[in-house]
Design a protein around this ligand. Structure first.
Ligand code: GLY
Length: 385
């Protein structure tokens, strides 16, 4: 039987059931706002592919000062966010407050790490520079050939898959409803959102629609042009079994390449990532990427060759021209944007949930988010694909 013409309604429709969409839904429903989340393919979402680094300092770059402030603000909310979530869901999130250690392999890598350390110090976020021996005192599994390191005590990690399960559970317990399917277009009349039409023809009427479907934001009709593109990442999950696992999150420069290794509590998994590829929605796990990740991973942490290769996967980060998310309203009344989180979706979940739910409930955009509205691209002429 065709479902075309079937219509339902909600106060808010959230497009996307990943970390961002689910956390916004949870916050809204806590305020008694009825939410329907349109959930596409959960297995494709970046939320489940990511490694779970909560590392605003370790992962920043020279051109992301504004984004760094937002990332730090979100990390400062993480402990409370997770405590509330674990209580609401009765599920763990795998939050680990252990430091992140960046290491360098050869002389050029060490020079690069020194430059980065200098940049961080000037930005007011100094790390602790370590010799090779000091690095191995902090993380004994590191290769003796590591030249130097930079320890950042304030950067953490979580198990993003556990976090996501906890959010889904908490959202359901508060009354959020899932609708499985794909949004074909956002509907509107007289410059105001009226709801969404799904690919199967069903419609959901709503006064507000939140776009939170990450790298797929441009695939929905009826939206303004969003400068969001998929940035492919290939990533590996290793199972240490009975072998020793690292306790710190390791980020490494290795012969010019960059990798990270993110261990879970108790050593049950080590996530090794990730490629950054401008290949659109290419879904292939390639032999070359797996080879290079394992090669570089083994260079810094030789023990990984003893681990089981548990999973290789591909995800798509929602990239934007300035690597920062797109948050807030746009020209279409009732349409709210929460996409473009690029490399920081897990980290930015608490602040995004707070800012977007607050905007819908009060009509006010928190000043922390005002640099990240869509119109910044119109001003700089960067509103391109
Ligand atoms: N934040 C890690 C990554 O995007 O690979």
């Amino acid at each position: 039987m065709s479902s075309a013409g079937i219509s339902s309604s909600a106060d808010v429709v959230v497009i996307g059931g990943g970390l961002i969409g689910t956390s916004i839904s949870w916050r809204l429903q806590q305020a008694d706002i009825n939410v329907v989340v349109v959930v596409g393919e959960r297995s494709a979402a970046a939320s489940g592919v990511a490694a779970g680094m909560l590392a605003p300092i370790t992962e920043t770059t020279f051109t992301e000062q504004r984004l760094l402030q937002l990332n730090l603000a979100s990390l400062s909310r993480y402990a409370d966010f997770v405590a509330e979530l674990e209580l609401a869901s009765d599920l763990p999130t795998g939050l680990r407050r252990t430091p992140n250690l960046s290491v360098a392999y050869d002389a050029d890598d060490a020079a690069r790490l020194d430059t980065f350390a200098d940049f961080l110090a000037r930005a007011g976020h100094p790390g602790e520079q370590l010799t090779s021996t000091e690095c191995r005192r902090h993380e004994p599994l590191l290769a003796p050939t590591i030249r130097s390191g930079l320890l950042v005590a304030g950067d953490w990690s979580c198990d993003n898959r556990l976090l996501w399960q906890a959010l889904i559970e908490a959202a359901h317990r508060t009354g959020v409803q899932d609708r499985f399917g794909f949004v074909h277009r956002v509907t509107s009349a007289n410059g105001r959102v009226t709801g969404v039409e799904l690919a199967d023809g069903q419609t959901i009427n709503a006064g507000s629609v939140v776009v939170a479907n990450g790298a797929w934001a441009r695939q929905i009709g009826g939206l303004p042009d969003l400068p969001v593109r998929p940035v492919k990442g290939q990533i590996i999950r290793l199972d240490p079994g009975r072998m020793p696992a690292p306790s710190l999150t390791i980020r490494a420069y290795s012969r010019g390449s960059e990798i990270y290794l993110v261990p879970r509590e108790g050593g049950r998994e080590v996530v090794l990532g990730a490629t950054v590829e401008e290949l659109g929605f290419d879904h292939r796990v390639t032999a070359g990427a797996v080879y290079e990740l394992l090669r570089d991973g083994r260079t810094v942490l030789p023990m990984i060759t003893e681990y089981a290769l548990a999973e290789t996967s591909v995800g798509w980060r929602p990239g934007t021209p300035d690597n920062a998310p797109i948050l807030g309203r746009c020209d279409l009344d009732g349409l709210v944007l929460a996409t473009g989180h690029y490399r920081n979706g897990v980290l930015l979940t608490p602040v995004t949930a707070d800012v977007i739910s607050h905007l819908i409930i009060t009509g006010e955009l928190d000043s922390i988010a005002t640099p990240f509205t869509l119109d910044r691209f119109a001003l700089t002429g960067e509103r391109t694909r």
